[in-house]
Write a protein that binds this ligand. Structure first.
Ligand code: PLP
Ligand code: COI
Length: 359
């Protein structure tokens, strides 16, 4: 695989980088380089290159701007105590991007090439991977994405596609670190429907979530939870995180509906929880089960997880005309969180072959 490299002649200096690392926020600052690969039906994937990070010049008739044929991934590079840099289950992101590509009629980027491209950008911008001090979990967030770059307004799969990787040093996704997030139950809006794109990581799903997220904010909530669009009965997920319900009898239930994004954190938490002796049920989980379970004490903890948000306790649930107090915020979420981040940051043995060394 050939990747041509043009090194930036204006990399951020060390003093500015230290300032950024001190307060990176989420998705605000970007590294010195970006990676681009092009696809056409005749040439396949070609013209892979790393170049200085810069705005794109895009034709106003590019298909993505009109028909949203776009997919993305979210993953992180972690610096370990010995200075080495690792990613977490990148082949799982590659596989999910391939599934998203199939749903959006985009060309599949072979999984080994996906991993190699992501690694190449991280190596080029290695000094942008922050060290993590104590509870202050910092990492380099990686955003691979693919979009319809053909200049054409006909509605059909694009005949020119661009794959890119950009990277952004990040701290915690929620301001204030790990504390319970308040959830708004939207009864008006759905995120995904049967036969739709709910299981794909595509921009349209996030666009669909924004008005509901605005509604959540207007009601003083941090995040919105979506129900299934057919019966308005089954819990799906938050705008950018999967959900877990811990029961007093040692069961942990996580929604599976066919219309949620199947998180890589979600899959990892299932493995870790089963190893800790919990029984994990992946199944439909109704909003009544949530409300009744908290009221009766049968549900002892609720938490959400995702790459950006890691593991975050869920607090109060509010809806139009009612609310439900937090399930007690608990040890299970915090223990799972610790096990996961200890593996990611190289503080615990990775007994699962999850970590991938980049440099
Ligand atoms: N659900 C949605 C809608 C998401 O955007 C994300 C974040 O990527 C997740 C779930 C969690 O997925 P992952 O754990 O792979 O980051
Ligand atoms: C992630 O966790 O990587 C996400 O994509 C969630 C959000 C930032 C869209």
């Amino acid at each position: 695989m050939q990747i041509s490299t043009t090194v930036s002649d204006h990399p951020v200096d060390d003093a500015r980088l230290a300032e950024i690392f001190a307060n990176p926020g989420f998705g605000t600052y970007f590294t010195d380089h970006m990676l681009t690969v092009e696809w056409t039906p005749d040439a396949g994937w070609h013209a892979a290159r790393i170049e200085p990070y810069a705005p794109l010049s895009i034709d106003p008739a590019a298909a993505v701007l009109h028909y949203a044929q776009e997919i993305f991934e979210g993953m992180k590079a972690y610096r370990h105590p010995d200075g080495s840099v690792w990613s977490f289950r990148p082949e799982a992101n590659a596989a999910r991007m391939a599934r998203s590509a199939e749903r959006l009629a985009l060309p599949v980027l072979p999984e080994d090439e996906f991993v190699e491209y992501v690694d190449a950008l991280v190596r080029a911008d290695e000094r942008w991977v922050p060290t993590s001090e104590g509870a202050n979990e910092k990492s380099l967030y990686l955003r691979p994405f693919m979009f319809a770059s053909e200049t054409f307004l006909g509605v059909r799969p694009s005949q020119h596609v661009t794959f890119m990787v950009i990277a952004s040093p990040v701290g915690s996704y929620f301001k204030g670190g790990v504390k319970p997030v308040t959830i708004w139950l939207t009864e008006q809006y759905s995120r995904a429907g049967r036969g739709g794109m709910g299981a794909a990581k595509t921009g349209g799903n996030y666009a669909a979530s924004l008005v509901a997220q605005q509604e959540a904010s207007a009601h003083g909530c941090d995040q919105v939870v979506f129900l299934d669009s057919t019966e308005q009965k089954y819990v799906e997920e938050l705008g950018g995180m999967n959900l877990y319900f811990v029961h007093a009898d040692g069961r942990i239930v996580t929604p599976a509906t066919g219309t949620i994004l199947e998180g890589i954190t979600r899959a990892s938490i299932i493995t870790l929880a089963e190893k800790m002796g919990y029984t994990v049920e992946e199944r439909k989980f109704s909003i009544d089960e949530w409300k009744d379970g908290v009221a009766s004490g049968e549900i002892t903890e609720i938490f959400a997880c995702g790459t950006a948000a890691v593991v975050t306790p869920v607090g109060e649930l509010r809806w139009d005309g009612g609310s439900l107090p937090s399930a007690p915020v608990g040890e299970v979420a915090m223990e799972l969180r610790k096990q996961l981040v200890d593996i990611q940051y190289g503080r615990a043995d990775d007994g699962h072959g999850w970590m991938h060394k980049i440099c």
